[in-house]
Write a protein that binds this ligand. Structure first.
Ligand code: ATP
Ligand code: MG
Length: 332
């Protein structure tokens, strides 16, 4: 079975609808056809300052949400990055193969450090893509699902794998990027030409899965639309209406065409009301499941520790080969 690897950062108190419909939702069916490794990259999270108590809580909430949406810890390997020390260890070796200029060309670093001011940006943020390369190469993943924003990092991963293989002998699988089909791009409800994001200036257009559905329903009912009255899917000219149709379709499993046909002669109030209702039906049981997982923290920690053990079985083998090829003495 092909091996896939995906991660989602524990940097918010709840995943938002964009995270879910754009990424996490595909993780669930991918378990059927792949040997799936899913992880919470907390080492990556601390490349920008995090409050320790908050980070700990967010890692647990992230894990609970992944379990609640249907990640099965028996079939898939679900783990927290810092509990698998091989990530940091391989990352060091790869850091030593990465050119300073090469790392300096990563646009995500340029963007994020510009936001923080280069005095404040950490060296960890600078080598973030090298840690990501270590994540991927440790598990010998053939295919890595990536969004457009991670393309350049995957290219670096491929370069590092090839460089290592050439210099020290064939060790790593050189991974291919693949763009996942059927993922929706979700836009901010107040500014439907920008993508929904946890770092938006206000959260009026952001739907968090764990928010009270009454709050989310209100946000949907105040979503920005347009001045004509026609309900049709036209992202260019009707971004607000199209975004609501995308959300409702993705959550209900009904096609956009079917939804549009049903709205003939109806207004934006109906579209918003139905979308709010579908969202409420989706998040209500999800929130309850998340609460259940969080209520038994010992069990949650056990699931993650078991996942880390299984991840280490694969990761430690790769790292041992790497250390040997580089010329380090055997451990233990
Ligand atoms: P940030 O603003 O800090 O970048 P974010 O809200 O974009 O945060 P990420 O942690 O960057 O969230 O994204 C996690 C995953 O969710 C990624 O796979 C990303 O492609 C996906 N994703 C994020 N926002 C959206 C969106 N609006 N629509 C579709 N997918 C999204
Ligand atoms: Mg993002």
């Amino acid at each position: 079975r092909p091996r896939v690897l995906s991660g989602i950062q524990p940097t918010s108190d709840s995943f938002h609808l964009g995270n879910f419909l754009g990424a996490l939702q595909q993780w669930v069916p991918a378990q059927d056809e792949n040997d799936a490794f899913y992880f919470i990259p907390d080492l990556h999270a601390i490349t920008v300052p995090q409050k320790p108590k908050e980070l700990r809580k967010r890692v647990l909430v992230a894990a609970a949400q992944l379990l609640a949406i249907g990640i099965d810890p028996e079939r898939s390997v679900l783990f927290v990055q810092s509990q698998v020390p091989e990530h940091a260890e391989l990352s060091w070796v790869l850091n030593c193969l990465t050119g300073f200029g090469e790392a300096s060309r990563m646009t995500q670093f340029k963007d994020k450090s510009a936001k923080q001011g280069s005095e404040h940006a950490s060296v960890g943020l600078f080598t973030y893509p090298v840690l990501m390369a270590a994540d991927i190469l440790l598990y010998r993943a053939h295919q890595v699902p990536v969004g457009e924003d991670q393309r350049q990092h995957l290219e670096l991963t491929r370069d590092l794998a090839q460089r290592f293989n050439k210099r020290f002998g064939k060790t790593f699988v050189v991974p291919e990027a693949f763009i996942v089909k059927g993922t929706a791009k979700i836009y901010d409800l107040q500014d439907p030409t920008s993508k929904m994001s946890k770092s938006a200036a206000t959260d009026a257009g952001l739907i968090n899965l764990l928010d009270d559905p009454k709050v989310s329903a209100k946000k949907i009912k105040s979503a920005v639309t347009d001045n004509d009255r026609e309900i049709r899917f036209d992202p260019e000219n009707k971004p607000g209406v199209s975004n609501l149709l995308t959300i409702q379709s993705a959550l209900s499993g009904r096609s956009i065409d079917e939804l549009v046909a049903g709205y003939e002669g109806k207004g934006y109030g109906d579209l918003k009301g139905d979308t709010a209702e579908v969202l409420t039906e989706f998040v209500t049981p999800l929130r309850a499941k998340v609460d259940e997982y969080l209520a038994d923290e010992a069990e949650l920690l056990r699931i993650l520790s078991n996942g880390a053990d299984r991840a280490r079985e694969v990761a430690s083998r790769t790292l041992a080969q790497v250390y040997d090829k580089v010329g380090f003495l055997p451990r233990k």
